[in-house]
Each structure stands twice: as C-alpha cells, then as structure tokens.
Ligand binder design. Structure first.
Ligand SMILES: [Zn+2]
Length: 209
C-alpha cells in the first residue's frame, strides 16, 4: 500500500478527513479512539452502532467485519486489527465535559472510571467537543454526530445481566486497526481523554491500495 498522508493527533483533540472508495485509514493507538464515518455523497448517511452490531451479529467487531450506516449501507470493512489484548466497543457514546461534571456531581467518578480524581485532573472537554470541532467545517451539527465505534475501549460486559464495566485493558504500543472505505467517506475521530487510563496521542495514516 502507498502511504498518502500520516499525522499524529494530540491527546484530547479531534481529526477529520476524506477517504476515497478503496483507500485505507490506519489508526494506531494505545488508548481509546472514538471513530465515526459519513457518506460524502450524503452526510446524513452515517455510521450506526445498532446496524453494525446486528449486521455482524456481535457486539465486538474486528478484522473482516463491516461498519454499517443508518440505512444499512456498507461504509467500511475492518481489514486488519492487531489489538489482541482486548476488544473494541460498540455500546458507548462520547465522553464530554458535561459528562465528567455530571459524574462528579453525582459522586460516581470512581464507579465509572475506577479511580479518584483531583478537580484539575477532570478535563473540561472530551470526544463530544473534539468531534464537534473536527466536523464543524463540513457543516455537521454536534447532535448529528452518531455514537461512535470506540477503538481500543475494552469493556467487560456480562452476557446475562447486561452489566457493563470499564476496564484498564488497552493496546501495546504499535497496535493498529486498518479500515477500508467501501464508498467515498468523511471520517473523523477523537483521541479520547480516556479517564480510566489517561489518554495518549493517536497516529493516523491513509493508504492507497
Ligand atoms: Zn472520549
């Protein structure tokens, strides 16, 4: 594959870019990355967590699985996934400044994130704000950003009760996921502040097949 572009996206910021059909985006990370995709022909046609889970008939997706849109179109295929230690998440929405403050007010920071925080450690923004900012130039309103595909966010889910827990399981350095565009796309992601473990910068590269 020929590399067309490569960047490092700083901790707790967002990134957006366009992919032509057949191009591959490689996202390298050691902490959570909230990823979304839209059809460039119709930006209202966007990634959908529920359609993706049902199409693949599972809640954890990996190499060979597809990302589906709201009207059941193939948006992307995961062509490679080197994350072996854990799984990616399709349950959660985005974190946000408001979300962190709500958890603090309700005294639930430890329940959600498994550790205590000093006030200055609580970020004033998160993936919601990062994705909103990154997608603003494309005219996408924050409320039209779908709940993301949360790469490297390993959740423990009880299959009987449905109870979900965050874990601190994250990838080793050098881990990446390759996603191939099945149509022309606008894609965006946020390098999550990832409160359970502390966010890190995220690598992104685009390849021509
Ligand atoms: Zn986040």
């Amino acid at each position: 594959m020929k590399k067309l572009r490569e960047e490092t996206v700083p901790y707790n910021t967002g990134w957006a870019g366009e992919l032509k059909k057949g191009q591959v985006i490689r996202i390298s990370g050691t902490t959570t990355v909230d990823f979304v995709a839209f059809s460039i022909q119709n930006l209202r046609e966007r990634f959908d967590q529920a359609r993706t889970k049902v199409y693949n008939m599972k809640i954890f997706i990996s190499a060979g699985d597809k990302l589906m849109s709201k009207s059941n179109q193939h948006l992307m295929t995961i062509v490679e996934d080197t994350y072996r230690e854990g799984t990616h998440d399709l349950q959660k929405g985005t974190c946000s400044g408001y979300r962190f403050q709500l958890a603090k007010q309700e005294g639930r920071l430890r329940e959600y994130y498994h550790r205590d925080f000093k006030d200055e450690e609580i970020p004033d923004h998160g993936c919601w704000e990062n994705l909103s900012q990154a997608l603003k130039p494309y005219g996408i309103a924050p409320e039209d950003i779908p709940s993301p595909f949360n790469l490297y966010q390993t959740m423990k889910i009880d299959g009987v009760t449905g109870r979900m827990e965050h874990t601190a399981i994250r990838p080793r350095p050098g881990t990446y996921v390759d996603l191939k565009a099945e149509t022309d796309l606008l894609v965006a992601f946020s390098a999550c502040p990832d409160l359970p473990v502390g966010g890190k910068p995220v690598g992104v590269a685009i390849y021509e097949p």
